[in-house]
Design a protein around this ligand. Sequence first.
Ligand code: BEZ
Length: 223
Amino acid sequence: MPGVLLGDVFPNFEADTTIGKIQFHDFLGDSWGILFSHPRDFTPVCTTELGRAAKLSGEFARRSVKMIALSIDSVQDHLAWSKDIVAYNGEAPDSMLPFPIIADEKRELAIQLGMLDPDEKDKDGIPLTARCVFVIGPDKKLKLSILYPATTGRNFDEILRTVDSLQLTAQKRVATPVDWKLGDSCMVLPNIPEDEAAKLFPAGVYTKDLPSGKKYLRYTPQP
Ligand code: BEZ
């Protein structure tokens, strides 16, 4: 079955993009990466999403995350559509999007990465790409994937929040609880014994009492 699973090395594909041909791993270099796919150029939801992604590009750069979009139209279409997106953002007509867009005209990558949406088809009945989000670590492995249907636009603030969690938990032996934001308390990993947790988290470990008597809800200030 096509697709990429968590922990897989992300395919090192070659692609035509709005900045020329790329080899994906070279494009990423030593950075984190985010690839987000779109059903089609010149569509309303996609335009709002790319506008928002462009506005948040400084936040992604601050986290050392290289951004790249994908849609199933040509480079020429992508470049013309980019002008609409910068206008939607209220920017000067000669502004460039701060990330490239992959032209997957033959849907080869869409198939390889498992991104086709069977419910959304073009005029010829061929499926469009879904709204996939792939976050790739500096080791080129897939760290997170989220899949939305074409009819549901993404929340890029949520995507940045997941990047914060991925980058923190790659370094520290914690997990981030529901609705966590940078600076909030974290959960001590269940497999860390109590004595080791006390040493690992000198800011303190706070355990919430539960009816089961089990001491698994262990919080620590964000390390
Ligand atoms: C959109 O981006 O607005 C869109 C694209 C394909 C299907 C539905 C919505």
